[in-house]
Ligand binder design. Sequence first.
Ligand code: PFF
Length: 436
Amino acid sequence: MVQSRGNWSGTLGFVLAAMGSAVGLGNVWRFSYITGEYGGAAFILVYLGCVVAVAIPIMIAELLIGRRTQRNVVGAFSTLRPGTPWFLAGWLGVTVGFVLLSYYSVVGGWVLHYISLAILDGFAGQSTAAIGQLFQSLSANQALQVFWHAVFMTATIWFVSRGVSGGIEWGNRIMMPALFFMLCFLLVYALTTDGAAEGIAFLLTPDWDKISPKAVLEALGQAFFSLSVGMGTLITYGSYLQRDARLPRSALFVTASDTGIAILAGFVIFPLVFTFQLEPNAGPALIFETLPAAFGQLPFGQFLAVLFFLLLTFAALSSAMPLLEVVVAYFVDEKGWTRMQASWIMGGIIFALGVPSALNGGFFGFIDMLTTNWLLPLGGLFVAIFAGWSLTHQERQAEIPASDLRPVLYLGWVFLLRFVAPIAVTVILLQSIGLF
Ligand code: PFF
């Protein structure tokens, strides 16, 4: 069974793939524009709080559930607690996988479009206003957005249809470090620009007045989105994991790299925002206005622009693949479809679902808000309650022995899972609908 589902080539392959899933558009595109909208430093601190107190404990729980059952999200819950409604939590994950990928792929398409723009003229000599106009033309051109969305989805389907090790591990080893070095290079440039001091102050000087209940909800959603937690991606990934991997250590490693890359991206983007006199709260257009303007100024800017958007495409693809994988694994395991069938049929449906997001910015914003801020935290809440309250100590410790997590840390993790994460998620969600 395990063999026929495929397996990671080893712990390193798994950690790289989990990092690949975590690091994506969420770190560069979403993190910077949300941070810009909610005022910078204070928002980042709330975000970090959500990562540590809520997302990491749930990430470890997802990995545990996956590896213990070696099943897809729905199968995992029904294997552990057969005959109970817990399988519905798995269903939520499959549904969220569908919806999230549908609009994620639209943004992946925007990045592809920017590769083509970079190849065609490289942004050199264009005013900031002209560069801003490029994004507006793209938003206004529905056919073009659907076209790039189709290209991105086809690539995702193709990789996933090739299978776990072949499809998903491929590329992560080179692309992740390359993206990191590219961001470091851009950081050096960004820090020498005129807006550097203002950009850094924006990221480091908290203004707590900007933290509304809405901002806290966004920070929570972003933590789930960025770490790929709350919809069973990591249950599915954990299910392909061999017994010798240490789950808490892998989770920490993935979180540290994901958070590090998001913050690094912030330090690249905000100096540029102030240098080019753009608004930090420009919304989803933010990176598409700042980075091309920077490439336009840099020596070898055209080459660097193509390279950067290519790397971002790979980061986006390695995040999109697990989203489709969650859906495909369900149809392969539970319905006996072949991987090829499941990938193309479900990928095709997801493509169709994404078309309205490509056609209408308002719909895009709504579906992003619904998925990221509501459905992912809700999925995470179920995992926390399941792993914290329904699983027994014996079940948890079979996957996370004292050799992997010292007893005091184990107790801390269970405490976060049982109390802190569920209460925080519930309070934040209820507060957002104005119940307090
Ligand atoms: N973590 C990805 C990103 O930051 O771009 C997005 C994502 C991938 C979310 C996979 C959820 C998921 F299951």
